[in-house]
Design a protein around this ligand. Structure first.
Ligand code: HEM
Length: 136
């Protein structure tokens, strides 16, 4: 009897770990800072920013309520899932989805640095922001 319980417990644990792994995968987290390689719009990718993070051209594609990336202090975050939870409302952040300087300016103007930790907690880190890409 005890053994049966042990087996059931083991199976439940395996299923839970499986579900956790699948969910972690679906969250879109990509540990490599090469999100720009996902773009399939142009086959000939520019060689310059292939290894230096997310360029503005990629960041700016994620500018909707269903897909919102922002850059802060040189890092790109996916804050899509946080938008509905923002107590200041979705619409205060939405204009800055897909932006770097604009977001950072507005965010800092409103919140100073008081919400930086929260941003880093609620945002899914995509990778480094390719500052040189933004200068082009
Ligand atoms: C991911 C980035 C952001 C985070 C984590 C964040 C977090 C928060 C939090 C926790 C609150 C609740 C009130 C408080 O504790 O002060 C809040 C309120 C607010 N936020 Fe944000 N915020 C973000 C971005 C922005 C941006 C970009 C704007 C506008 C440019 C903005 C405008 C506001 C406003 C207007 C309120 C309401 C303030 C009030 O009720 O007094 N937030 N935000």
């Amino acid at each position: 009897m005890d053994k049966r319980l042990l087996y059931v417990g083991l199976i439940v644990a395996i299923v839970l770990v499986g579900i956790f792994l699948i969910r972690a995968n679906q969250s879109g987290y990509n540990p490599q800072p090469t999100a720009n390689t996902n773009s399939n719009s142009s086959g000939g990718s520019s060689t310059n920013n292939s290894s230096s993070g997310v360029p503005l051209s990629e960041l700016s594609k994620h500018s909707t309520v269903d897909d919102c990336w922002v850059a802060y202090d040189g890092k790109v975050y996916d804050i899509t899932s946080f938008l509905p939870n923002h107590r200041g409302g979705i619409n205060r952040i939405l204009p800055y989805c897909g932006t770097a300087d604009e977001f950072q300016k507005a965010f800092t103007k409103q919140h100073g640095t008081s919400k930086v930790k929260l941003l880093m907690n609620v945002g899914v880190l995509i990778g480094d922001f390719d500052v040189m890409g933004a200068v082009q």
